[in-house]
Design a protein around this ligand. Structure first.
Ligand SMILES: [Mg+2]
Length: 355
């Protein structure tokens, strides 16, 4: 089987409301969808959602990189996923969201050829995923109000954005606990916004409020600092921006700097290396979460399939598709019942795209 065509298209969807994190404000879901066609009639869909503060990519660089890959991939066997990653990596370093778009489309084709849903291709541990819901940065009172609202909608795990002011961050958790009680699981994501002293102080203060984990407390390069925080608090330390691929995961293991790793397909060039991150983590006794950038339904389905497939991936932060208006362009993949995503028993991603 050979790849005969690669099409791509950018989509931009306004969010229901602007989303604030320590790295900046986001108002649109801007993402690129990809269709790879083969000479045997199979086609696969992929998605690359750039987020420049984390992967250094923009919509334009994703489109440029996909055009470059198009010339290299036509004529290749779409099931030769390792070979295609080798070709992409030796052609251009980084550009991980563009590579993820290709990788997801190839996995969609693989599922269709094998006539099995992607979550079974990847391991098949389960077909369901429980996602958290993220509360963006606002005043502590507004964040507590939103937390209460999300819990009333049925969400049972909240991820609280932080990292601008340590004092505020502690106050936010105090008010949220007051508003939602102790049955709701909480984690806090500082998006690199603290230093080591702040992180120790905040995480120790959060112990009282039974916060599960603090995510990426320090700048991405400060792996040693994360190891110091781990020794000073009982709150779990999760790494996100520090972990792009399995090489980063091994560094985290060697430096004992994480209790949890946050895998994102847009950082890991898609599923192929995401599985390797999970394998390194599992061998070290570290559980993983799969998170997302501002991704639409194609990438979220791929990410949910990975979570469902793997026993070691115990957490999911796959909520961003809920911030966007429902699109007529992309349908399927999974069904949502509040915080539970159930993957469809259709071959590959089980997604229909009008492109
Ligand atoms: Mg994060």
């Amino acid at each position: 089987m050979k790849i005969i065509d690669l099409k791509y298209e950018k989509i931009k969807v306004k969010l229901k409301k602007p989303f604030v994190v320590a790295l900046g404000v986001v108002e649109y879901c801007e993402t690129v969808i990809v269709k790879i066609s083969t000479d045997e009639g199979y086609c696969g869909y992929g998605e690359g959602a750039p987020f420049s503060p984390v992967t250094g990519e923009s919509l334009d660089t994703v489109l440029f990189t996909l055009e470059t890959f198009k010339g290299l991939l036509i004529g290749q066997d779409p099931l030769a996923i390792e070979r295609i990653h080798y070709i992409m990596d030796r052609t251009i370093i980084g550009n991980t969201a563009a590579k993820a778009a290709i990788d997801i489309a190839l996995h969609d084709i693989k599922g269709k050829v094998m006539n099995a849903p992607l979550y079974k291709i990847l391991g098949g541990f389960d077909n369901k995923v429980q996602t958290d819901m993220t509360i963006g940065i606002a005043s502590p009172e507004e964040m507590a109000e939103e937390a209460k609202q999300r819990v009333s909608e049925g969400f049972r795990i909240l991820k609280i954005k932080a990292g601008i002011s340590p004092e505020n961050d502690i106050e936010v958790i105090r008010l949220i606990r007051e508003a939602v009680g102790y049955k709701i699981r909480l984690r806090m994501d500082a998006n690199q916004g603290w230093n080591v002293n702040d992180a120790i102080r905040v995480s120790q203060a959060l112990e009282e409020y039974k916060v599960d984990a603090i995510e990426q407390a320090l700048p991405y390069w400060n792996i040693e600092g994360a190891a110091i925080i781990r020794k000073r608090t009982s709150v779990k330390v999760m790494l996100d921006e520090a972990i792009h691929d399995h090489v980063d995961a091994l560094k985290a293991v060697k430096t004992q700097s994480a209790d949890l790793l946050n895998i994102k397909l847009m950082k890991s060039c898609g599923l192929y290396k995401a599985e390797k991150i999970n394998a390194v983590a599992e061998a070290a006794g570290i559980n993983c979460m799969v998170g997302c950038m501002l991704e639409a339904r194609i990438a979220i389905t791929a990410a949910a399939s990975l979570v469902a497939a793997k026993r070691n991936i115990t957490e999911a932060d796959l909520d961003t598709f809920m911030y966007c208006q429902e699109s007529e362009l992309i349908k399927g993949g999974f069904e949502r019942d509040c915080d539970i995503l159930t993957l469809l028993d259709k071959p590959g991603l089980g997604i229909e795209v009008n492109m």
